[in-house]
Design a protein around this ligand. Structure first.
Ligand code: COD
Ligand code: ATP
Length: 210
C-alpha cells in the first residue's frame, strides 16, 4: 500500500549541531555521502535571503535599504557586523528569519527520503522547538582555539569577529550537556569521518526500531 501523507511514518530525526567552525558541515556532508537525508538550516537561511528570497522585503522594512546588496540579496557582511555587535539587531533579524526557517525545515524533514534525517542547526541547543523535534542530538565538538583557526582559514574573519559570533552561541559545555552523541573533531578529517561512519550505523539501526 502506498503511504498517504496522513499515514506516512514520521522520519527519525537526528539534530546535528556545534559552534561556528566546529565541523557541522563536514559532518553533514559525510552523513549525506552515507545516504542520510540532510536538512540544513544555514542553507535555508541563505535561500531566504538570496535575491527575491522570501525574507528580503521584511528585512528591508526592518533595517532599510542599507541592509540589501545591489543584487537584491541580504548584504551579509554588513548584517554580520551589525548583528554580532548589537544584540537587539540580531533579535530583530532572528524574529524575521527563525519562524520561516523553522517552517521550511519542518517541511523538508517531513518530505525527506532516506532512512533517517540529519537536521543541521547551529542554534539547536539554544532553541527548545528544534530540540523537541529531534530523536537524538549529535554535537560536533572541538576546542574553541581550533574553531577560530578553522573559521579564519575559511572566511578571513578576524579573532574579534569570530569571538563575537561565539559569544552569541551556547558554550561548549552547554552543548555537550545537551548531547546524546558527541563527535570529537579535534583531529583530522579522517578521524572525523570514522566517527560519523560509526554513528551512521547506529542511526540506521535506531531508525529501523523507531
Ligand atoms: C548574520 C548573517 C547575515 C551573517 O551571514 P554569514 O554569511 O556571515 O554567516 P552564515 O549565515 O553562513 O552563518 C555561519 C555561522 O554563523 C553562526 N550564526 C549564524 N546566525 C547566528 C545567530 N543568529 N546566532 C549565533 N550564531 C549564528 C552559525 O554558526 C552559522 O553556522 C547570518 O548568519 C544570518 O542571517 N543569521 C541569522 C539567521 C540564523 O540565525 N541562522 C542560523 C541558522 S538557524
Ligand atoms: N577535522 C578537520 N581538519 C581540518 N579542517 C577541518 C576539519 N573539520 C572541519 N574542517 C574545516 O574547517 C572549516 C569549518 O568546518 P565546517 O564548515 O564544517 O564547520 P561548521 O560547523 O559547519 O561552521 P559554521 O558554523 O560556520 O557553518 C571548513 O573549512 C572545514 O573544511
Amino acid at each position: 500500500m502506498t503511504a498517504t501523507p496522513a499515514s506516512r511514518h514520521r522520519p527519525f530525526v537526528v539534530g546535528l549541531t556545534g559552534g561556528i567552525g566546529s565541523g557541522k558541515s563536514a559532518a553533514a556532508d559525510r552523513f549525506a555521502a552515507l545516504g542520510a537525508a540532510v536538512v540544513d538550516t544555514d542553507a535555508i537561511a541563505h535561500a531566504l535571503t538570496a535575491p527575491d528570497g522570501q525574507a528580503i522585503p521584511h528585512i528591508r522594512d526592518a533595517f532599510g535599504d542599507d541592509a540589501i546588496a545591489a543584487d537584491g540579496s541580504l548584504d551579509r557582511a554588513a548584517m554580520r557586523a551589525l548583528a554580532f555587535a548589537e544584540p537587539q539587531a540580531r533579535k530583530r533579524l532572528e524574529a524575521i528569519l527563525h519562524p520561516m526557517i523553522r517552517e521550511e525545515s519542518e517541511r523538508r524533514c517531513e518530505a525527506a527520503a532516506g532512512t533517517y534525517v540529519i537536521l543541521a542547526v547551529p542554534l539547536l541547543v539554544e532553541s527548545g522547538s528544534y530540540r523537541e523535534r529531534c530523536d537524538r542530538i549529535c554535537v560536533v565538538d572541538c576546542p574553541e582555539a581550533l574553531q577560530i583557526v578553522r573559521v579564519k582559514a575559511r572566511s578571513g574573519l578576524d579573532d574579534a569577529q569570530i569571538r563575537a559570533i561565539m559569544a552569541a552561541q551556547a558554550s561548549r559545555e552547554e552543548r555537550r550537556a545537551a548531547a546524546d552523541d558527541v563527535v570529537d573533531n579535534g583531529g583530522t578529517l579522517d578521524e572525523l569521518y570514522a566517527q560519523i561512519d560509526a554513528l551512521h550505523e547506529r542511526y540506521v539501526r535506531a531508525a529501523a526500531l523507531a
